[in-house]
Design a protein around this ligand. Sequence first.
Ligand SMILES: C[S@@+](CC[C@H](N)C(=O)[O-])C[C@H]1O[C@@H](n2cnc3c(N)ncnc32)[C@H](O)[C@@H]1O
Length: 293
Amino acid sequence: MVITVSPIPAVNVASVPQRSLLRYPGGKTWLIPHVRVWLRSMKRPRLLVEPFAGGGIVSLTAVMENLADESLMVELDKDVAAFWKAALNYGAELAGRITSFALTRDSVMQLSCQSPADVVEHGFRTLVLNRTRRGGILAHGASFTRNGENGAGIASRWYPNTLIRRLRAIAEVAPRITFCEADGMQQLSSLLGKPHGDVAFFVDPPYTAKGGKRAGKRLYAHNEIDHALLFSMLAESNANFLMTYDRSLEIEALIESHKFHAVQVLMKSGHHALLPELVITRYPCFSKGISVA
Ligand SMILES: C[S@@+](CC[C@H](N)C(=O)[O-])C[C@H]1O[C@@H](n2cnc3c(N)ncnc32)[C@H](O)[C@@H]1O
């Protein structure tokens, strides 16, 4: 399939505001310029829905930059869900836990073995593990950062002041964000069954290309999605959506059969290889670039 290269490059993540506290594997900070163009291409949505929220960067950006009135974040992973419940509803308590925590290999190990007593403790544990495990991976079997940034070890990505600043910014917009611990497919199906003319859907499901080596399975505890069903649910609705996927023959076939529009963005992987990602929409909203097979 011939797919146009997006005229908007993947940004260096350092050049867009980092609004989430989570370092998310498969996080979409690099896609933010596309999201801005997409949301501005329609009448300002009343609601942005993110059915596979993860680190939630798109919801946070949409409400903080007033690109949508409100957002609905949906996530099935109970640890990630606890983080969002704590951040959105108990920001001051979570900030207190961040300030008072002396992060060492032992304190992290101890925290990882404890059963959290409440949602703040659970959310805090998620945050600490996310920022101390290699690649931010929370799924079972993930290992801790060894040498870390500049050889600073396990604490190399633990910046209490920065995290608290981001938490405060989230607290300011929290009344405009609803978080729901649920199955994103079910939520999507229910929302698509109601009038959704003023709703925008940002869809970033876990994906491991058939026969491919990329590792949705290793990255997320929940990683089984019926992708063909997801495409047909969107096709049968009027939903104005933006989806992202790794490029694969399976996804190209789904794009073609539903006559969706797609552009390709080259993403630099952790190992500096350039990997093609697809940005898929119902309406063409990225102007012409170069076509590539
Ligand atoms: C590719 S990641 C999303 C990354 C996110 N866009 C970001 O920028 O951080 C996919 C997310 O979907 C979640 N997930 C997997 N299956 C799900 C389901 N059935 N319902 C809701 N969330 C699910 C995973 O736990 C993971 O957090």
